[in-house]
Design a protein. Structure first.
Length: 261
């Protein structure tokens, strides 16, 4: 073994170690951005009921005092007197939030709250089939949890040109979720971009007898997603599309927001 070969081997190992360190640092930075863009939602209703959910904090502030927050509409429905609070840091107290708009059909709600800081996370127009994702949410109203998975279904309009599209707005991911995770961010694992928020999970109906209603059992790994396309369409309908920036709104046109026949 020559001296030159040994030097080349050492140099190669050194470069590999540097690359691995940079990759690890990038992953940590991306994950921190996802965590900073995630929030927990508490709802206290007039009838005494309490609900918990998750949310995504948008990069652009709603106004000088308030930050824009996206969550699911079903967390706040039906519309009765209720108090809404958000938490972005488990170490600080809950902050009162205002309901800005609700779209029950798309299952999206926009909240506003004077949060102390805003993450720089971006929204992407879509993702690829089988792309790796992370969900950041708060199952059962408890600690923040990160769940790993992949895009398992693309929600696309029927297209003669590309009936087998493998890229588009996300409809389903295979990560398993539970109560309290609705509204949680669905992030591209590598870029950290938001590709949707958790809507819920598909269920199977089990009938024990004809006299009782069927049991609804969650199907593991079939998590439904509200895509960024639906988010843009919702914000456009309430004249707040500027919250997600020109790059995204220009990608998703008016036709994309028309009801599918």
């Amino acid at each position: 073994m020559t001296k030159g070969y040994l030097l080349s081997l050492v140099a190669g190992l050194f470069l590999t170690a540097c690359v691995n360190t940079e990759t690890a640092d990038t992953k940590r930075t991306t994950l921190r951005q996802m965590l900073a863009a995630s929030a927990q939602v508490f709802v206290e209703r007039e009838d005494g009921a309490r609900r918990v959910g998750s949310a995504v904090v948008l990069s652009t502030k709603l106004d000088q005092a308030n930050v824009a927050i996206l969550t699911t509409a079903h967390l706040l429905e039906p519309p009765i007197a209720q108090s809404t609070f958000v938490v972005v840091n488990p170490q600080i107290e809950r902050i009162a939030a205002e309901i800005v708009a609700i779209d029950a059909e798309r299952d999206i709600a926009l909240l506003a709250a004077p949060l102390p800081e805003v993450s720089q996370v971006e929204l992407a127009p879509g993702a690829g089939l089988a792309d790796e994702i992370l969900i950041v949410a708060y199952p059962w109203g408890r600690q923040r949890t990160v769940v790993n998975g992949a895009v398992s279904q693309i929600s696309v309009r029927a297209s003669v040109d590309d009936p087998f599209s493998i890229w588009g707005p996300v409809g389903l991911v295979d990560a398993t979720v539970s109560y309290g995770m609705s509204g949680g961010g669905v992030f591209d694992k590598h870029s950290g971009n938001v590709i949707g928020i958790v809507r819920g999970y598909r269920t199977a109906h089990l009938s024990l007898n004809s006299e009782q209603p069927p049991l609804k059992l969650p199907i593991a790994g079939e998590t439904t997603v509200i895509s960024t396309r639906e988010i843009v369409c919702f914000l456009r309908s309430i004249k707040h599309e500027w919250l997600v920036g020109d790059a995204l709104t220009s990608t998703i046109g008016e036709r994309d927001c028309e009801p599918q026949s």
